[in-house]
Design a protein around this ligand. Structure first.
Ligand code: CP
Length: 359
């Protein structure tokens, strides 16, 4: 399978200089948005949101409108022919022939990659299940660049559902390229996946794991809180066992450095007490606002990218299937079940969702 367009599925598909250019352009747009008001005149962006969203969907739409372009799409697949059983392949094939750029969010890991293989325009991954969320990462990088003036040498605490949190997966992959220290604050059940920890080590950054916020607070330059995501649990019981484990409140903020910032991709449920909102170190609402500028930069960049042939990098190993039931290859039968080897040929990584398996 081969696509003739450039896509953004995972930031690691691009060199660091590419993301830095997007972030720098985002900062330039923030400082002078009027200058970019006609950059996308006559262009159409489609937003296909198979999963609920406030920030990502509306910031993408705002971004395109502020660039002079127009938008089409759905935010509830039940109101589209998805409700009649249409596959992601067919929906994205059709919509990509109506638009110049397509933004997709889907609850299944690897869905954006699958869409990109047959789409007739550039595809941007706006979150694929518990896997990745690269445009949130661009938002986070812009926030760090503006608010901490650096992307390197930071001690970053990540707290909450690190197992299913696509935002922290994408952010760790990116920030580990800049010589940073991570402190993962989670329960044993919701710890950071092994493949992300391996990437951090391979990129030359460091991590440690703790169980409480108090153990980390005093050392952090950045605290990245995340929600325990009810929708990712198999049962209500499992969710309730994890809910409310970590709550950031004013008392805990007293343990933090004076210049530590608190980030959160949002939405929050109750993991940050409302009384923290008035603390000058609470950066999560500003962070969401910066999402518009960086998405404006991304849309402009993607529309200017030269076309190129993008194809799967791995190979199919006979009848070997991905073991992740939430992987797109177990939902759309036409997809080649492509794997990349990790080390020797006995450990394979699914090219769509990164799930590993021994053969
Ligand atoms: N941060 C984020 O992805 O928020 P939404 O789910 O509201 O888009």
């Amino acid at each position: 399978m081969k696509s003739e367009f450039q896509h953004l599925i995972d930031l690691s598909d691009y060199p660091v200089s590419w993301w830095q250019n997007v972030v720098e352009l985002g900062e330039e747009i923030k400082n002078n948005p009027e200058k970019f008001a006609h950059e996308c005149d006559g262009k159409i962006m489609a937003t296909l949101f198979y999963e609920p969203s406030t920030r990502t969907q509306m910031s993408f739409q705002t971004a395109m409108i502020r660039l002079g372009g127009q938008i089409i799409g759905f935010d509830n697949p039940a109101n589209s022919s998805v409700a009649k059983g249409e596959t992601i392949k067919d929906t994205t094939k059709i919509v990509s022939s109506y638009a110049d750029i397509l933004v997709i969010r889907h609850p299944i890991a690897g869905a954006a990659k699958a869409a990109s293989l047959t789409a007739d325009c550039s595809v941007i991954n706006a979150g694929d299940g518990g896997h990745l969320h690269p445009t949130q990462t661009l938002t986070d990088l812009l926030t760090l660049k503006i608010e901490k003036k650096t992307l390197s040498g930071l001690t970053i605490g990540m707290c909450g559902d690190l197992l299913n949190g696509r935002t922290v997966h994408s952010l760790c992959k990116a920030l580990s390229m800049f010589d940073n220290n991570f402190i993962f604050i989670s329960t044993k059940e919701l710890g950071m996946p092994a493949y992300i920890k391996d990437i951090i080590k391979a990129n030359g950054s460091r991590f440690e794991e703790v169980n409480t916020l108090e153990e980390a607070m005093g050392r952090l330059d950045v605290l990245y809180m995340t929600r325990i995501q009810q929708e990712r649990f198999a049962s209500e019981e499992e969710y309730l066992a994890q809910k409310n484990t970590y709550v950031l409140d004013r008392k805990k903020m007293k343990l933090a450095k004076k210049d530590m910032i608190v980030m959160h991709p949002l939405p929050r449920v109750d993991e940050i007490a409302v009384d923290v909102d008035d603390d000058s170190r609470a950066m999560y609402f500003t962070q969401a606002k910066y999402g518009v500028f960086v998405r404006m930069a991304l849309i402009m960049t993607m529309l200017k990218e030269k076309k190129s042939s993008v194809t799967l990098k791995g190979k199919v190993y006979g009848k070997v299937k991905c073991d992740n039931p939430k992987c797109i290859t177990n939902h759309e039968a036409h997809l080649p079940k492509s794997f990349i080897t990790c080390g020797d040929e006995t450990l394979l990584e699914c090219e769509y969702c990164d799930e590993r398996k021994l053969i």
